[in-house]
Design a protein around this ligand. Structure first.
Ligand code: FE2
Length: 195
């Protein structure tokens, strides 16, 4: 099957999951084997997109359907590159295609009106994810994380989100103060790799 045909099949398969499942956790369970399948495909990413960019991790849209019910993204992490602590406000899965990344998980705790600072972004766990591993996010309690590649080799991660994540208004969180700022993280490619 060509990669293009693979993504058209994926659209059918995710469509079937979304028709049947209605809560984020069930959707994630349904999509997980589909992401597993993508991670095993050696030709998923064109060679020229497998190199890291200077200064910042690269974010490439691989595919999204016309209705933007989901998007598949490749992130390429050079040694030392980091994504600050952020949320997604939509379900998502993160699979490791090559190399390893360290993922720190956080939960936002509301200390209530009048408290100062009102919010705390509390670290709740850290994992080193290796090739083939899949983790997930969904709001509100499993949605905040930071990702880093502290290793010497490039890491590539493949993500599936329940919307076009390149257009999704969301937040970067300041762990020290509990405050957040609005952000939209656009893709580094103008057009999806497959369409
Ligand atoms: Fe993320």
């Amino acid at each position: 099957m060509s990669e293009k045909a693979l993504f058209h099949q994926l659209e059918k398969d995710i469509g079937a999951v979304l028709a049947e499942k209605h809560d984020d956790r069930s959707i994630i369970e349904g999509v997980k084997p589909l992401l597993q399948n993508l991670l095993e495909n050696k030709h998923l990413l064109p060679k020229d997109l497998q190199v890291s960019l200077p200064g910042k991790y690269a974010q490439y849209l691989l595919y999204k359907p016309q209705n933007e019910a989901f998007s598949v993204i490749a992130f390429v992490w050079g040694p030392g590159q980091v994504a600050p602590v952020h949320d997604h406000l939509v379900w998502g899965l993160v699979g490791i295609y090559r190399g390893s990344v360290v993922e720190k998980r956080y939960r936002r705790v509301d200390h209530g009106e009048g408290a100062f600072p009102r919010y705390e972004v509390r670290e709740v766990g850290e994992v080193t994810a290796k090739q083939g591993d899949i983790s997930f996010v969904y709001p509100p309690d499993y949605d905040i994380h930071g990702v880093a590649n502290p290793f010497d080799e490039v890491a590539i991660t493949i993500h599936i989100y329940g919307t076009d994540i390149g257009k999704q208004p969301r937040h970067i969180h300041d762990v020290a103060t509990g405050s957040s700022r609005d952000v939209i993280t656009k893709h580094d490619n103008a057009e999806a790799v497959y369409h």
